[in-house]
Design a protein around this ligand. Structure first.
Ligand code: MTE
Ligand code: MO
Length: 364
């Protein structure tokens, strides 16, 4: 086991579900492949790159069958720096409000950022010739998810508008390396700005159709249900499907429960708003939100990447809770309390992040 693997917080070995700790995410704005979170609903399929084939079918004029070599030869190579964020990221903060049985207690790390290389899905769909009645683009993968009812292979769909917007990609490179099996190699979909669940790994079929995917993960999972929902009585299609990632942020340094000297302390974190929203401002408080200090936004890696920020705050001695809050370019502000966003499946916790540290006076 390597150091990076040891650094991961493993929620489940099989299927593999693991997240990096705050300290690993804080190290670089583009997450090293070895600490990028892993979210799997089934056993990872092993497909040799030369055996991989993609079917493009449904409401298209020219159905296609493409190999990886075809993708490389026929379409322009593109790169996008994009953040993936699982809808279950920060669920532990919702579980602290009220229990959410049967779901992984993801902490702050079910989100990471990579530089993805491949082709634009728009180019592939243009080659197939999308027909006017197509409204949704469905993705299908071969991995079987036992938790689905009935058990079925993984799938999802996105709107034609998102699929043809240019940023949605079919990728085989991650940070300049061949895409690892764990992250969907040989080829996966990356839907920047949407919840991670739409970025289908090991994609083998793309279908243009006049309705969303009827896959369990589109119709039943990854939907936001009202807080008073009785989960034993839900029906297919209840709630609304999650698409764009909500405005969110987190504190990556110092770590929760850290013991550190009082006085000036550098706080670092990320802020991210999905789809066509950017980050306008981040504030940090060390007095529970009575007063705020504006953080400095770090390099802008483009519209699909999170934004790192930092601030130097004065930590008083004792137990201190550090709070952050972000605004996006539509002037939306993160909600203050996890209570207000609690939902029965524990998705999209975007309440103000906090870490609690113990600050000690230096001994003379
Ligand atoms: N085929 C397939 N694609 C999938 C999944 C899966 O279980 N199977 N999980 C989805 C979810 S819920 C997320 S958050 C992202 C995680 O991608 P990663 O493991 O590369 O971080 O992949 C998505 N694509
Ligand atoms: Mo996810």
């Amino acid at each position: 086991m390597t150091t990076t693997e040891r650094a991961m917080v493993v929620h489940q070995q099989e299927p593999y579900n693991a997240e990096p700790p705050r300290s690993a995410l804080a190290e670089s704005v583009v997450t090293p492949v070895g600490v990028f979170y892993g979210r799997n609903h089934g056993t990872m399929p092993r497909i040799e790159p030369q055996d991989w084939r993609l079917q493009v079918d449904g409401m298209v004029d020219r159905p296609l069958e493409l190999s990886l070599a075809d993708l490389k030869d026929r379409f322009a190579h593109r790169e996008v720096v994009a953040t993936l964020q699982c809808a279950g990221n920060r669920r532990a903060g919702l579980m602290a409000v009220r229990d959410i049985p049967g779901q992984h207690p993801w902490g702050p790390g079910a989100t990471s950022t990579a530089r993805w290389g491949g082709v634009s899905l728009a180019d592939v769909l243009a080659a197939a010739g999308l027909q006017p009645g197509a409204t949704d683009i469905a993705f299908a993968a071969p991995d079987v998810a036992p938790e689905a009812s009935p058990p079925q292979t993984y799938g999802a769909s996105i709107s034609v508008a998102k699929a043809t917007a240019g940023e949605t990609m079919l990728v085989w490179e991650m940070n300049g390396e061949p895409l690892p099996v764990a992250h969907g190699g040989p080829v996966r979909v990356v839907v920047p700005g949407h919840i991670g669940a739409r970025s289908v790994k090991w994609v083998e079929r793309i279908t243009a159709q006049g309705r969303p995917s009827d896959n369990f993960f589109q119709t039943s999972a990854y939907r936001l249900l009202p807080a008073d929902t009785d989960l034993s009585r839900t029906r297919v299609g209840d709630g609304f499907p999650l698409t764009a990632v909500a405005l969110n942020s987190d504190i990556l340094r110092p770590d929760d429960h850290a013991v550190l000297p009082s006085g000036p302390t550098r706080v670092l974190g990320y802020a991210y708003a999905g789809d066509d929203r950017g980050i306008s401002r981040v504030d940090v408080s060390v007095d529970g939100g009575r007063s705020w200090q504006q953080a400095e936004l770090e390099a802008d890696l483009g519209p699909w990447a999170w934004r790192f920020w930092h601030a130097t705050v004065g930590l008083p001695a004792g137990e201190v809770t550090i709070t952050a809050r972000a605004w996006d370019t539509t002037a939306a502000l993160q909600p203050e309390h996890p209570e207000s966003v609690w939902n029965p499946k524990g998705y999209i916790n975007n309440a103000w992040p906090t870490v609690t540290v113990t600050a000690c006076d230096a001994v003379a």
